[in-house]
Design a protein around this ligand. Sequence first.
Ligand SMILES: [Zn+2]
Ligand SMILES: [Zn+2]
Length: 285
Amino acid sequence: MRKAQKFLCRADKRAFPPAALHRAPCTADMFVDSHCHLDFPEFADRIDEILAAMAANHVSHALCVAVNLENWPGVISLAETHDNLFASVGIHPDHDATAPLTEDDLLQRAQHPKVVAIGETGLDYFRVAGDTEWQRERFRTHIRTARAVCKPLIIHTRAAAADTLRVMREEGADRAGGVMHCFTETLEVARAALDLSFYISFSGIVTFKNAHDLKYVAREVPLERMLIETDSPYLAPVPHRGKTNQPAYVAHVAAEIARLKDVPVQQVAQITTRNFFELFRAAGG
Ligand SMILES: [Zn+2]
Ligand SMILES: [Zn+2]
């Protein structure tokens, strides 16, 4: 039953790829930033400059990830205005415990042709103290919506890996698929996520000199299941560490992955870009 449902979901996706992704280029050595926040105030009035820097650094596309519903109009408007920007819809686990959320709130917005994912969602026990049941409930709502609309999940997890995996399993997150974004967990957690058909996305953290454990994880995760991201404006990679991050800098993440795996950076570009379009094209329309 479980497998049959998954297959049906995938078959539907193949039959109706989202219009937004039809124009995906076959360019071999382009990078894609799978996770950024271009609607944040750091980028106000700078979008043209940000897009020009992307082009100059061979970054063809970026996915603008929503963190709450209040600011979602700004996220979707970026995706509507620029062919090479996509959007997601969701509420970040750090955002307001009292923010109401129903599956319908997400479903309606998820129908938009440029919405290619549900999130970011997940669990973050690092920043939120006390009772975290509301986080788990909201996470479940996101997973149910992702399954209902056949779009992949963007999952954020911090100091909550065991519960994140437990909720993913309980809610059948593997039927929607998705990505563990800005991954900083152990190889064991990465393997558990890979077993649930998820991709693992590395950010600028992997370029930090003291990130020994994460470099080890990046060596072990197969390139075929890997995405790269900036999470800009945060976490600028070396050599821009400490500055405002931007999608153009995702090339530095790719360069570090290439170094760790001892492969040409072009190979990292090709495979992670192909992964991006496979995962999010598979989102269905
Ligand atoms: Zn996040
Ligand atoms: Zn983020």
